[in-house]
Design a protein around this ligand. Structure first.
Ligand SMILES: Cc1ncc(COP(=O)(O)O)c(C=O)c1O
Length: 387
């Protein structure tokens, strides 16, 4: 058999997806495991959204959709970006994709030539550097530090800019750190994008899950440079529906839709009608989002208090549903620490592929009872009494 492409040989499969799959497999085999690995809400999709999908099915809305999405949803997206994010975009500056993941994938395919550099803030979501490389680009890391709450220093970002820099990726609220950047920091990053003529890729998929601080869309300050990426998955517990969306300059959005037209054609039509309901039935959706946010807040507090009582170090996350735990008390590195925790009955994601060395990522998108059990098992792994 002839070999595989160099491109795909260089591709690392998603570590988070792999670890989650391993935890589920162990559980299927009957291993008693608390999984803090999932990057998805544990809530079911709200009923009004499911009902809209049933309606779409009953009405025979089962055909191909245009590559950029059904016009009704693109109109609702333009309205959402205006109302919630202060972004003045027309429907033809919006795009619907197969998850936020495809929006980012298509975007890097659309804007990168071989050797183009993309600044990513480490620790980062595992897919950014892989997608950049897959598109021929070169990810350039700028580290954010635990002692600074994992918030980037715009001056450090400025120093990383070279004549080859094409884009800067920003993700607030952040996966895996939970950091929420202030308006000032986001404004400084937007200014850099404008001054150096970079694309500003703003991944805002966790915008509704903020416990302290507020969300700000830096695209407001860089309308000609920003591509804002979002999706239905985290806000409306719709991970399996695979609907993402983006807005930005018309030419970039058109190029992203062209990539879809030659790959996926369009996102699932039924899921698009369901997402339209999630975006337009604001009262029902707001109630759901608030309920989920309050549950995550309680879980975060419970987990942080328990970790503190065990003397474990973690930077307090202000958003999303992750916390990075310092693994020094468990093992010399994060992979060994994750193994030790797995032996103690808790599945976590080693920080390695997030460039969060010496840390594991815990997801608190799971019930309080599970979090309590996980804390007991952390204590057991440390050989200390339960918190
Ligand atoms: C930071 C970030 N961006 C984008 C995504 C993509 O989400 P989806 O493709 O499910 O919409 C995720 C999912 O985990 C994420 O954590």
């Amino acid at each position: 058999m002839r070999g595989l492409s160099q491109r795909v040989k260089a591709l690392k499969p998603s570590a988070t997806v792999a670890v989650n799959a391993r935890a589920l497999e162990l559980r299927r085999k009957g291993v008693d495991l608390v999984a803090l690995t999932a990057g998805e809400p544990d809530f079911d999709t709200p009923e009004h959204v499911k009902e809209a999908a049933r309606r779409a099915l009953a009405q025979g809305k089962t055909k191909y959709a245009p590559p950029a999405g059904i016009p009704e949803l693109r109109e609702a997206l333009a309205e959402k970006f205006r109302r919630e994010n202060g972004l003045a975009v027309s429907p033809d500056q919006t795009l619907v994709t197969v998850g936020g993941k495809q929006a980012l994938f298509n975007l890097f395919q659309a804007i990168l030539d071989p050797g183009d550099e993309v600044i990513v803030l480490a620790p980062y979501w595992v897919s950014y550097p892989e997608m950049v490389r897959f598109a021929g680009g070169v990810p350039v890391e700028v580290r954010t530090l635990p002692e600074e709450g994992f918030v980037p220093d715009p001056e450090a970002v400025r120093r990383a800019i070279t004549p080859r820099t094409k884009a800067l990726v920003v993700n607030s609220p952040n996966n895996p750190t939970g950091a929420v950047y202030s308006r000032e920091v986001l404004a400084a990053l937007a200014e850099l994008a404008v001054a150096h003529d970079l694309y500003l890729v703003s991944d805002e998929i966790y915008e509704h899950l903020i416990y302290e601080g507020e969300h700000f869309s830096p695209g407001q300050l860089a309308p000609e440079h920003a591509i804002t990426v979002n999706g239905a998955a985290k806000a409306f517990a719709m991970t399996g529906w695979r609907i993402g969306y983006a807005c930005g300059p018309k030419a970039v959005i058109k190029a992203m839709a062209d990539v879809s037209s030659q790959s996926t054609t369009s996102p699932d039509t039924i899921a698009q009608w369901a997402t339209l309901e999630a975006l337009t039935n604001q009262e029902a959706s707001r109630a759901f989002v608030e309920m989920a946010r309050e549950a995550y807040r309680r879980r975060r507090d419970l987990l942080l208090e328990g970790l503190a009582r065990l003397g474990l170090k973690a930077v307090r996350p202000s958003g999303a549903f992750y916390v990075l735990l310092d693994t020094a008390p468990f093992a010399p590195d994060e992979v060994k620490a994750a193994e030790r925790l797995l032996e103690a009955g808790v599945a976590v994601v080693p920080g390695t592929d997030f460039a969060a060395f010496g840390h594991v990522r815990l997801s608190y998108a799971t019930g309080e009872e599970n979090l309590g059990k996980a804390l007991e098992r952390f204590a057991r792994a440390l050989g200390v009494p339960s918190p």
